[in-house]
Design a protein around this ligand. Sequence first.
Ligand code: ADP
Ligand code: MG
Length: 584
Amino acid sequence: MRSLSELQQLLAQIDGRGYRAYKDLRGAVNLGDATLFIDHVQGDPFAAPSKLRVRVPLAAAGLPAPLLETRVRRLALADLLARRAADATRTSARRGSGKSGVVRVDAGGQEVLERTAVVFGDDWVELRLDAGLPAAGRRVLGRAAEDLLCGDVPRIARAGLVAEPADHAHLDTFVRCVENQEALRGQLGDAGLIAFVADGAVLPRASGASDRPLTQGAVPTTSPDTLRVSLRLDTPVDGATELAGLGVPRGVTLVVGGGYHGKSTLLQAIERGVYPHVPGDGREWVVSDPGLVKIRAEDGRRVEGVDIQAFIRDLPGGRDTRAFRSDDASGSTSQAASIVEALEAGATGLLLDEDTSATNFMVRDARMQALVHRDHEPITPFLDRVRALYDELGVSTLLVMGGCGDYFDVADHVLLLRDYQLHDASEDARRVAADHPTARQAERSGPFASAAPRVPLAESFDASRGKRDVKIDAPRVDTLRFGREEIDLRGLEQLVDGSQTRAIGHGIHLATRFMDGTRSLAEVLDALEAELERGGLDLLDPFHRPGEHPGHYARPRRYEWAAAINRLRSLRVESTTDEAPATP
Ligand code: ADP
Ligand code: MG
């Protein structure tokens, strides 16, 4: 290990030389109370920045011991320490050409996620960060590099990882808040709920471009008496040991109300409620079953060998819907495929919004049934399947539907939003349904689950691009480049962080190892998750050297992993239904 003065000497020696001379920096530097690791040195000032780690002994970090005790607390604390370090990067300056002097810490947004930015060892805590080694043109800027590596980087790491006694209250509040959210989530199952929205929660966001809470004129949530539940907190909040709020029961629940009365906003909060939120988000006491999957129409998406006969059969031209494939699915077939894929990945509930659904997938009213005979309509609308999803498979649905009252016949509960206020309209809806019977005929179609699960074929995944065997990147949260393919992830509304997208890409590559031609997609995901459980997210790095900076990853859910695989245009699956004759 180098001493600080040896690093300074080395930088003085290479000052003014070609940029490649920086390669000599690889290795560890003793910073006294911390160790700097220079794991990867960029090839030129415009390349991806260099990868550094700073490790601080826990004895020197001063973190409150109780906050390290459980897995949830460590996850929350690591998330917070990364945010503190990221805040400290704001004062680092650009020094030279390209990315010279730029320091980056991969901290999260409003959601709290497991990520690789900060990790705990038995007796240390480590920050993984990126920095652009300074250059003038393509020459080493030794003095600027010294300021960066001996000044900015240790300062940023200490700002993140080292807690003064005065910081303890803030750390404690953040960690306990996340822990409380997980405590609430843990009670959903026994309470027969799929989601909980505490009274007082602030659901609307500042704007379409900002995920921060709306500050002006936000109407806090109030739960109707009939659907109010109380859940216990692990740590009291403002003296309260319980939180009261709306419990969304299992089964089929509609959200109705006039346009612009807050329906989609409620659904979106519940979508995001599968993750914990930072204190002050407004949705920190909105918690959902982690198995809820948002489903939307996504015409143009690719579909590979999905059994959608539960919703769609007898397509024109005799196309098989027991192993439906399309390079350009329609609104309805894409939505059907997304539901079946979510079930395949183990979803416990579905979230749908009329705003983003295909009308012909959702409804077919009495008049249309009279005009277009059942024999000429391949689609069995969701309306006729939503009950069976719950009654036969135990999969709940929460559906925003302001435009079609035919759903009253199949709903267990109807939530009404009026001026952003929640009301239980279940009884009223039942009365309306009785007073205005629908003239439509219930329609029925094939089974939900395919007899033969899909088996993804490893050879259909090619991560190579150009000279690189593995080239996977996530330029944006909703775009994944896997080898030469670009996967459009705009339909995955519960994907929240670009580092999740990167994790999905590298995870798909890792998962091909488990694709042996017999494992189903669900089994491949099980194996991938078990592998990451064993070795942590660091394993996602395809060039992984144990202990070194793995790059920036945040944990995605298996549903988003599955959804990305399912949208890959090269995906091929094997399924014994391929050869089966079309059913009448
Ligand atoms: P809907 O789906 O019923 O048409 P939205 O959920 O899209 O309505 O909400 C319409 C507008 O109202 C959005 O701009 C949203 O941010 C805002 N909004 C939603 N809920 C609230 C609330 N509780 N308080 C204040 N504004 C809200
Ligand atoms: Mg809406």
